[in-house]
Write a protein that binds this ligand. Structure first.
Ligand SMILES: [Zn+2]
Length: 112
């Protein structure tokens, strides 16, 4: 039983050490949208043919209480923001794994 606990502690340590750097983590989802300018004769906005202008990027964040914060993201910052959003999801996976180990650890420690 002690070995099992040592094993879990080791696994937990390993995960915590290998966790990707959380510094850039950014919650939310990055969405893109095309915009119509409504200027007559604009070839980008022609009905059925044109796709509109853009894409423009928006970071959409659930802030709780059914509220959503939307932050427009300039194209120049889009790759950085996309990476932050990916990192956030990645870190969550690591935390879930660590949490699973801690659940097992709790069960093992209760046995002693
Ligand atoms: Zn247009």
């Amino acid at each position: 039983m002690k070995d099992k606990i040592a094993e879990l502690l080791q696994a937990r340590q390993r995960l915590a050490k290998q966790m990707p750097d959380p510094a850039i983590a950014l919650a939310g989802s990055l969405m893109s949208r095309m915009i119509r300018c409504n200027k007559p004769g604009c070839r980008y906005c022609e009905k059925r043919k044109g796709k509109g202008h853009g894409p423009i990027w928006i970071l959409s964040i659930n802030t709780g209480n059914r509220r959503v914060r939307q932050i427009p993201v300039p194209a120049s910052l889009q790759p950085e923001v996309a990476e932050g959003v990916r990192r956030f999801a990645e870190i969550q996976k690591w935390l879930k794994q660590i949490s699973r180990i801690n659940q097992d650890l709790l069960e093992e420690r209760k046995k002693r």
